[in-house]
Write a protein that binds this ligand. Structure first.
Ligand code: PXP
Length: 239
């Protein structure tokens, strides 16, 4: 049975640890167990303010992961240096604002595009694949291709948060964005706000090849354990 790749985002395990500034729960252990549950990739967001994932987590996950490693990060010199040292399989560039609770909206690739070009070129030279986290907007997809990204990650937050009446339109925008990206030869990933309840229509979009999911899986893991939570999501991603 064919299915999408699942990247499990372990940030929220680190959020719980940082609530007490202690050593548990450990996102590195979570990553290892997520792999046992069938994750194809471990995803984390190393933020400039280190509110959840720490450098030590990145180092250990990079060393220990048996699957792919995807580092979400802002296009800053500091993060680029860390990525070049840790060599994740892929980097997903995301916008980052200090005040936000979580990533809000996609990147604007049309402004400051030379910075993105530099980051994509530098990481690419080191064999690191790059993806741009963007809203399902045609101009952004075209710009992602122009800059030289390998893939886009379509921001699914608007779809996830839409009231039922607005959900079909949000889904249509994602479907059209996925089709457009394929025409530009970009890989198509998606993520943000996806849950056991809303993932099914996204799985049905054949151009999408990878989902990155965090909050919903870690929330379920509190009750059933992370291996089981990942296993359940993997099952929902079969096509
Ligand atoms: N993809 C990207 C680029 C993100 O920034 C996040 C949140 O860190 C996710 C996926 C996962 O989102 P969620 O935790 O809502 O599943």
């Amino acid at each position: 049975m064919k299915r999408l790749r699942l990247g499990v985002n372990v940030d929220h395990v680190a959020t719980l640890r940082e609530a007490r500034k202690t050593v548990e729960p450990d996102p590195v252990t979570a990553a290892m167990l997520a792999e046992q549950g069938g994750a194809d990739q471990i995803t984390f967001h190393l933020r400039g303010d280190r509110r959840h994932i720490q450098n030590r987590d990145v180092r250990l996950i990079s060393e220990m992961a048996q699957t792919m490693v995807n580092q979400e990060m802002a296009a800053t010199d500091e993060m680029q240096e860390i990525a070049l040292a840790m060599r994740p399989d892929s980097v997903t560039l995301v916008p980052e604002k200090r005040e936000e609770v979580t990533t809000e909206g996609g990147l604007d690739l049309l402004s400051d595009s030379s910075r993105f070009e530099d980051t994509v070129a530098t990481l690419g030279e080191s064999g690191i694949k790059t993806a741009a986290f963007i809203d399902p907007v045609f101009a952004q997809i075209k710009q992602a291709a122009k800059i030289g990204f390998d893939a886009i990650e379509i921001h699914t937050g608007e779809y996830a948060n839409a009231p039922a009446a607005e959900r079909p339109a949000a889904l249509k925008a994602i479907r059209e964005a996925a089709e457009a990206a394929r025409k530009y030869n970009l890989g198509v990933h998606a993520g943000h706000g996806l849950t056991y309840h809303n993932v099914h229509p996204i799985v049905k979009i054949s151009e999408i090849e990878e989902l990155n999911i965090g909050h919903s899986i870690i929330s379920r893991a509190v009750f059933v354990g992370i291996e089981q939570a990942v296993r359940e999501m993997v099952t929902l991603m079969e096509r």
